[in-house]
Ligand binder design. Structure first.
Ligand code: NAD
Ligand code: WQD
Length: 344
């Protein structure tokens, strides 16, 4: 049985105009939630807003604010009175986090604390947290279950690990507080319309946006970070998940928080891994473009393989993924080819 959301509760999305936030916005509207978006555009474009307005089922309600600004967040809460919050806002570049750790702690930890304080003042007790498979560090066994050993190898990962711990402490001290910690694997793809998608600033850190920019001709070739891993073709394997499947995972998690009195920690992944070469081949097929590549040395900190055991999410949320790698590449390509320079 599908858990239905109650009649139009208001949910606040921090980081709402970012990659995952913007897609989740549309999924929540379609499920009957009233959405209020907050973002400071530190890693996104205001140009996503008119597109969301066009694609969505309700007019966009948006406040430009920094989550670290208590006064601004207080004003947003007073005005919109949300009954739940999904916390996407954070910095997310692993490499940058080792160069600017304080920026990452200030934004990801300081921002989380500020948002939770505001929620506490307003008696808002349903919190969905964007966690990451990065909290598993070097996985000790595959597929990865939620009770696997947790560790972090960089400041970004530590902000996610600490974030989860902070939320557990709040829960223990605040009766009725509920957290859904969603550990995303590798989100890729775009909304089917091709009107919103991932638009990284500068050189993409992640595989699929890089491949997309090679396919469209913005970059000459892909560098594949190592082909000597202990995997079938030697390249790294990851659990790529379509961003709309991920968005539906947030709807399911929010429905859970409104219908159960428990907290929750779940993997959001497909349960299967694809290698870098398989992604390149699938993207070539979807785009009908050639993707030149060069094998280079391993990227420090990378693991050979990482994929989820998605069973706990299936059992608790009645959620599982619908879209395969071909659809992920097809939708990424529709976005990339219609918007060669992203939102700009
Ligand atoms: P994103 O950068 O596209 O979106 C984050 C949004 O938060 C951006 O729009 C940015 O402008 C906003 N933001 C950042 N700091 C802010 C602040 N202080 N005040 C207001 N807004 C602020 O990233 P995304 O890929 O959509 O990721 C969303 C969340 O999911 C992040 O917490 C990220 O760590 C987590 N996550 C992402 C991935 C991934 O591969 N994309 C994987 C696992 C977890
Ligand atoms: C995937 C595969 C690379 C780029 C990162 C973060 C993780 C999470 C998701 C937020 C690997 C290879 C990549 C390139 C390549 N983010 N690759 N050439 O590293 O699994 O996860 O994003 O929480 O925390 O670490 O994703 O897309 O960077 O890499 O060969 O130019 O592609 O070596 O095998 P990753 P990715």
């Amino acid at each position: 049985t599908n858990i239905q959301p109650p009649e139009g509760p208001t949910v606040l999305l921090t980081g709402a105009t970012g990659y995952i936030g913007s897609h989740t916005w549309l999924a929540l509207q379609a499920a009957g939630y009233r959405v209020v978006g907050v973002d400071n555009f530190s890693n996104s474009s205001p140009k996503v807003l008119p597109r969301l307005d066009r694609l969505g089922t309700q007019p966009i309600v948006f406040e430009q604010a920094d989550i670290c600004d208590d006064t601004a967040m207080e004003r947003v809460f007073q005005q919109h009175r949300p009954q739940a919050l999904i916390h996407f806002a954070a910095f997310k570049a692993v490499g940058e986090s080792t160069e600017k750790p304080l920026d990452y702690y200030a934004n990801n930890i300081g921002g989380l604390v500020s948002v939770c304080r505001t929620m506490q003042r307003h008696g808002c007790k349903r919190f969905v947290f964007s966690s990451s498979a990065t909290v598993y560090g070097v996985p000790d066994k595959l597929p990865i279950t939620e009770n696997a050993h947790l560790s972090a190898t960089n400041p970004y990962g530590r902000t996610k690990l600490m974030g989860e711990q902070i939320l557990k402490d709040i829960e223990a001290s605040n009766p009725g507080w509920q957290t859904a910690c969603l550990r995303y694997f590798n989100p890729v793809g775009a909304h089917e319309s091709g009107d919103i998608g991932e638009d990284p600033r500068g050189i993409p850190n992640n595989l699929m946006p890089y491949v997309a920019q090679v396919a469209i001709g913005r970059r000459p070739f892909l560098q594949i970070f190592g082909d000597d891993y202990n995997t079938p073709d030697g390249t790294g394997m990851r659990d790529y998940i379509h961003v709309m499947d991920l968005a539906e995972g947030h709807v399911a998690a929010l429905n859970y928080l409104f219908n159960q009195s428990e907290s929750l920690t779940v993997n959001l992944g497909t349960g299967r891994g694809y290698s870098v070469l398989e992604v390149v081949q699938a993207y070539e097929a979807a785009s009908q473009r050639n993707i030149p590549y060069q094998i280079v040395k391993r990227r420090p900190g990378d693991v050979a393989a990482c994929y989820a055991d998605p069973f706990h999410a299936k059992r608790t949320l009645n959620w599982s993924t619908q879209f395969d790698l071909h659809k992920m590449c097809e939708d990424s390509w529709r976005w990339q080819s219609r918007n060669p320079q992203g939102f700009e």
